[in-house]
Design a protein around this ligand. Sequence first.
Ligand SMILES: Cc1cc2nc3c(=O)[nH]c(=O)nc-3n(C[C@H](O)[C@H](O)[C@H](O)COP(=O)(O)OP(=O)(O)OC[C@H]3O[C@@H](n4cnc5c(N)ncnc54)[C@H](O)[C@@H]3O)c2cc1C
Length: 503
Amino acid sequence: MKGRNSRVEQIVIIGGGIAGLSAGIYAQRNGFQSIILEKHRIPGGQCTGWERGGYHIDGCIHWLTGTKENSPLNRLWNEVGALDGVEIVHPESFLCFEQDEQRACILRDLDELQRHWTELSPADADVIREFCEDVRLLQSFSFPVEKPQDLMGPVETVRTLLSMRDAGRILKKYGRMTIREFAQRFGCPAIREGFGAMAPDGYNAAMIFFAVAAFTADEASIPTGGSRALAERMTETYLRLGGRIETGCEVSELEIADGTVRSVKSADGRSFPADYFIAACDAHHLYHTLLGNRHPDRAFESRFANPTDYPLASEVLVAIGFRATVDALGEPMPWSVSFPIEPITINGRAIPRLTVKHFSHEPGFAPEGETLLICDINQYAEDYDAWKRLGPEAYRREKERIGNEVIEALSARFPAMRGRLVLLDVATPTTYERYCNAYRGAFMGFFPTVKGKMMSHTGRIRGLHNLVLCSQWLQPPGGLPTALMAGRNAIMRLCRTTRRSFA
Ligand SMILES: Cc1cc2nc3c(=O)[nH]c(=O)nc-3n(C[C@H](O)[C@H](O)[C@H](O)COP(=O)(O)OP(=O)(O)OC[C@H]3O[C@@H](n4cnc5c(N)ncnc54)[C@H](O)[C@@H]3O)c2cc1C
């Protein structure tokens, strides 16, 4: 399809993460000619994986929302080729909490979950019933994905609001309750400690309900092949539609005249002119680095300035090779399990629990007869500052120390692992900053807290008519579905501007 002057309009997309790939795919489908400029040597951004010591380390997907066949989000993932013919793994449990010789699992079957938790802790029967009823209320909820609210007519807006009634009820009930307060409702130590350790104080409890509802409705499972393969499938879709990608191409400057971006310049001095520009990258990187604070956005700036109510989270990812299969453990190992440990100190903060997940469903991620294990340790504002203060040698030593202490903690919990664990890699908040220009290493946008206000942003930049922000930052809490929708919504808005019907 051509524009009114019958010249194909050009779009430059800064960043080839999931948002950038999504924007590129929808741009090509709608008759624009686009190019993605990606600073890393491969597209995918945070949705990635890498090789170490004969293993493939999956660096992202714990769960992907939109895996239930034919759900509205699932249709979008299929539209961009992300799930084309891909087998979905539905683990029996999402996460198991261990404490005081008890194990409480978030089971996929919600009735089973209710039975299992009540058996563990009959005194909690009422709280467990209420939890399951509220989760059930959300199982059929799906986030409206058809179009962004600013493009809806009055009838669509009313219909959408009505479809969000149950979600609204849960937000009203739990949105002002912290996860810690919610956890304290349970007498069962495994449930109480497990939930309580999921996030620091201040984070709102509603997010637990949305996550458990999606998982128990089969809407949040794991695509086989993992994160990098998902990004590769989207890349193939984009290239097949005629898109172009320049990798190893970091945009360092925007050339702006009279409220119009004329071109972007890459760090190696090349210039890329276009009619429209989509910044599919970190919000802080766009406003502060690329735009040099000349086009500040009040919604973002007020949040960046208030990290207490709008916290960001990053993580230390410890990848470990287990020189055996999980069967060798002599006990069932859930897909993901959180257990108390002899505390590991990171940046002066004691980490009292560890969560480990295994990838036995991905034999290709490890040499034959071996298993990839990944431990994620959440990191917050003060952690990032501490990592930044380390010089290169101290940074390397600190990663190694943490890796070895994690191995010791795993060996203490699973004695059959002792002597069979090998440290493959440790990523820190500065890794995500270095590779993806992620502000303070954040792996998602602002986390929902009890004090913070939800943000829904169109991505429009004040004073610039042909540049938009399009990434997970537009809608809390971020994540892959938000990135996918951000790309699609950006092109839908552009179609409206250029008077095309969106396809
Ligand atoms: C360890 C980890 C686990 C996660 N687990 C999950 C999960 O289970 N489920 C889920 O839904 N989400 C998960 N996420 C979050 C998910 O990965 C992100 O929400 C999503 O990938 C963000 O996509 P994006 O395109 O908005 O941003 P990014 O992935 O950050 O992409 C931005 C891209 O822009 C590029 N870029 C930046 N600046 C420039 C520039 N100046 N010039 C050129 N290129 C540039 C970057 O290199 C990057 O490729 C996880 C993230 C991490 C780190």
